[in-house]
Design a protein around this ligand. Structure first.
Ligand SMILES: Cc1ncc(C[n+]2csc(CCOP(=O)(O)OP(=O)(O)O)c2C)c(N)n1
Ligand SMILES: [Mg+2]
Length: 336
């Protein structure tokens, strides 16, 4: 590796500490995912949608945004993203267990429907892509109120065929709104491979709406960081939106209710596992001399404990009261 490559994170504006913190968040998200899948398989939680294989791009994007300022509209696989912007392991586990203490919805939504007012994470809905027009609307508010923030919204490549995506892009393009559209192209929409979803390229759709589209290797943390940072700067300069297509691979089945072996082979999954961006990023840190195997082993122990503590906490947290089932569904008097 050349000196230039070794200093890549620094030349992009990341400190050594931030570069390490990115790796820590990738490892945290991967462990959360692994344990959540186990919890579902052992019958402790009803359902889980994994984000495995998508963590690297999510963490990198989070580090390129301004926390506490930008508005964030993540989609259901963005665990690594929300962990990187300040949601805690406990927050995520409380949602997994559908406990009333869950900050997202008091246990009313499925896991992965993130929301946190204090972190500017805007609650999403289950119909895919509804978050896109919301992100565009918030960006319109930024422009009208002359506020210096961008909105960041993610969605899958299958979802980029929805009308909401096209209407949102068109409006954002016409009004030059500060939105970053990031498509997490994991190459499947449930059982449908990318070849049966779109005939062209997703990033090129931006051309039709009058703004730039870029494709990036979603397993390359520093490249994703660079393009998201550039898109943010464009937005703040008043130059409008950017569409980023981050190419990755969904290593898990669609959800815990899916059997992916009905529509793809083990060999295909294993082939893609070799491209996993987490070991690749770890190697980068090792080569930079910022990391070593001893630190890695310590981190794994620490993260395991963090996840186990969150599970224990969420499991012991009280259940929702049956009489609260209709709370927030109908208008009520005398209750908040
Ligand atoms: C409007 C709408 N149609 C269908 C569904 C059912 N559904 C949930 S996830 C999904 C696949 C989405 O694929 P993609 O956008 O590629 O995201 P991924 O799950 O691969 O991350 C579908 C069809 C839905 N939730 N909302
Ligand atoms: Mg997909």
């Amino acid at each position: 590796m050349s000196i230039g490559q070794l200093l890549q994170h620094r030349s992009l504006g990341l400190s050594d500490e931030q570069a390490i913190e990115m790796y820590v968040n990738m490892v945290r998200a991967r462990k959360f995912d692994e344990m959540s899948t186990l919890l579902q398989r052992t019958g402790k939680i009803p359902f889980f949608v994994s984000g495995v294989g998508q963590e690297v791009a999510q963490v990198a994007a989070a580090f390129a945004l301004q926390q506490g300022k930008d508005y964030l509209l993540p989609y259901y696989r963005d665990y690594a993203f929300v962990l990187s912007v300040g949601m805690t392991m406990k927050d995520l586990m409380l949602a997994n267990f559908a406990k009333p203490e869950d900050i997202t919805s008091g246990g009313r939504q499925m896991p992965g429907h993130f929301g946190a007012k204090k972190l500017n994470i805007v609650t999403g809905s289950s119909p895919v892509t509804t978050q896109v027009p919301h992100a565009v609307g918030i960006a319109l508010a930024a422009k009208m109120q002359k506020k210096d923030f961008v909105t960041y919204v993610t969605f899958g490549e299958g979802s980029s065929n929805q009308g909401d995506f096209h209407e949102g892009c068109n409006f954002a393009g016409v009004h030059k709104l500060p939105v970053i559209f990031l498509c997490e192209n994991n190459q499947y929409a449930i059982s449908i491979p990318i070849s049966k979803q779109v005939a062209g390229n997703i990033y090129e759709r931006a051309i039709g709406y009058g703004f730039p589209g870029v494709r990036v290797d979603g397993n390359d943390a520093l490249e994703v960081y660079r393009v998201v940072k550039e898109a943010r700067e464009r937005g703040l300069r008043g130059e409008g939106p950017t569409l980023i297509e981050a190419v990755m691979y969904r290593l898990s089945p669609h959800s815990t209710s899916d059997n992916d072996m009905q529509y793809r082979t083990k060999e295909e999954v294993e082939e893609n596992r070799k491209k996993d961006g987490i070991p690749r990023y770890k190697n980068y840190l090792l080569e930079c001399g910022l990391w070593n195997e001893e630190k890695d082993a310590e981190l794994k122990v620490k993260v395991k404990r963090e996840v186990e503590d969150a599970i224990r906490y969420a499991e012991e947290s009280p259940q929702c009261a049956p009489e609260d089932a209709l709370l927030h569904v109908y208008a009520e008097t005398g209750r908040d």
